[in-house]
Design a protein around this ligand. Sequence first.
Ligand code: IMP
Ligand code: MG
Length: 171
Amino acid sequence: MKLAQGILFTEKQIAARVAELAEQIASDYAGKRLVLCAVLKGSIPFLADLMRRLPGDVRIALTEMKSQVDGLHAKILFTSSLELSGEHVLIVEDIVDTGITLDYLIKHMEAERAPASIKVACFLDKVSARKLDVPIHYRGFTVPDKFIVGYGLDFQERYRNLPYLTWVEPE
Ligand code: IMP
Ligand code: MG
């Protein structure tokens, strides 16, 4: 696979969209304390951009997940120590594809961590690949069914550092 020539979203488009999402989130959570739970590693740039645009009482939790290759299961590899019980949690994801990873995380969090509420902010939504119906409260962009890279998203751990969004395609 090689990097495509085209650009899906530029740095400027990304920044503008993050600002819009942050405004909506800030208004929805006004007066409440919020925990942003970022799913590593893809959501790092989105988390960093979003959190700096949220005023008020915001804390950060991190979790790393593995989306299984059998196409059916996901698992949690790592969870940071912040207590989520009774907190308003906003899951911060890079992209929702089949929905399997997010579905697992939400169910696990509801069962094991007892937060006051769980909502989802995902930067990209590959809606045509969805297998499980998952709630998305804040969505950056809907994307085509390509393998997207950049702005945190990787292909075999590469290209996360690109400041824009593009895709990889067969050589
Ligand atoms: P899902 O469980 O199929 O929804 O996949 C979720 C995870 O797979 C995402 O959080 C990403 O880490 C990864 N993923 C899915 N599609 C892409 C893509 O197009 N580019 C990079 N990573 C992707
Ligand atoms: Mg991810």
